[in-house]
Design a protein around this ligand. Sequence first.
Ligand code: NAG
Ligand code: NAG
Ligand code: NAG
Length: 307
Amino acid sequence: MGRFAVLLGLPQLAFVILVASVSLPVPGAQAWSKEGHIMTCRIAQSLLDPEAAHAVQNLLPEYAKGDLSSLCTWPDQIRHWYRYRWTSSLHFIDTPDKACTFDYSRDCHDPQGVKGMCVAGAVQNFTTQLMHYQHGTSDRRYNMTEALLFLSHFMGDIHQPMHVGFTSDEGGNTIDLIWFKHKSNLHHVWDREIILTAMKDFYDKDMDLFQEDIQKNFTAGIWSDDIMSWGDCEDLFSCPKKYATESINLACKWGYEGVTPGETLADDYFNSRLPIVNKRIAQGGVRLAMILNRVFGYHEHEIPAPT
Ligand SMILES: *[C@@H]1O[C@H](CO)[C@@H](O)[C@H](O)[C@H]1NC(C)=O
Ligand SMILES: *[C@@H]1O[C@H](CO)[C@@H](O)[C@H](O)[C@H]1NC(C)=O
Ligand SMILES: *[C@@H]1O[C@H](CO)[C@@H](O)[C@H](O)[C@H]1NC(C)=O
C-alpha cells in the first residue's frame, strides 16, 4: 500500500480504496453475518451458569468489557492473516453434491485432505482445549481466549445450514441470484440477507428486538418444549456431527430447494425460510451455552452419564 500511496495522489488513493472495498468479494462472506454471530453469542452468554459466566469473564480481554458477542466475529477477521490461515477451512464443511448427508470421515478435512479440519472438527477441538481450563492446568500449547472465541464462532457457523453445503457450488457461494432487488448469492442469502430483511421489516432495524423475539420463543414460545432435546446428543464427539447433519438436511430441504441460479428470490422464499434461520440462531446460542456450562462447570462432566 505504501508504494501506491506515493504513485497516486491522495484523492485517487481514496478512490482506489473505495472501489476496492465495494467491489472485491467480501472475505467474511463465508460465515453467518456479524448479526447472526452476535445474536448467537448474546443468547449463549445470557444462559451461562455462574461458574461458566465467571470463566468467560476471565478469558475475555479487558477491552471486550465482559461482552462475548463483541468478539464472536473475530475468527472471520483473522482467517486470512498468514498466522491464522490454518483456520480458514474450519468455518464450513463441503459435502458431496446432492448427497444431503454428512459423514465425518468422508467430509471433514481441508482442501489438502488433512482430517478434522472442518467446522465439526473445530467445535470438538476447541471444546477439548477449553476443558483444560476447567482442570486448572495451564497448558501452554493452547490459548484459552482464542479457544473460547473460536468455539463461540464455530458454534454459530455449524448451525448456518449453508455452511454444510455442496462442494461444487461452495455451499451456495457460486449460485448468483437476486435478493428482492439487488445481486446476491445463495450462501449470502442465508448468512445475512434473510436476517437483514427481517430486521428491516419487523424490528425497526433493531437487533436487540430481534434477539428478544428469538429468546421469547424458547423461554415460553414455540420452542419451549423442544429446548431440552436440543442438548440431546451423547458426547462431545457426536454433538457436532449431529449439528452438521441437521444443517445439511436443512440446506437440502430449504436452502437449495426450488432455487434456480440467476432467479429473483423475494417474499415467498423469505417468509418460508426465516423461521429456519430464527431457530438455527436460537439453537446455536442455547447449545453454545450448554457446552460452556459443561466445560466450565466444576464437576458435571466428570460424573458418568446415567445408564
Ligand atoms: C486445533 O487447534 C490447534 C491450535 O490450538 C490447531 O493447531 C489445530 O489445527 C486445530 N485442529 C482443528 C481440527 O481445529
Ligand atoms: C491469546 O490470544 C489473544 C488473541 O489472539 C492474544 O491477544 C493474547 O496475547 C494471547 N495470549 C497468550 C498468552 O498468548
Ligand atoms: C416466535 O414465534 C411466533 C409464533 O408464536 C412467530 O410468529 C415468530 O415469527 C417467532 N419469532 C422468532 C424470531 O422466532
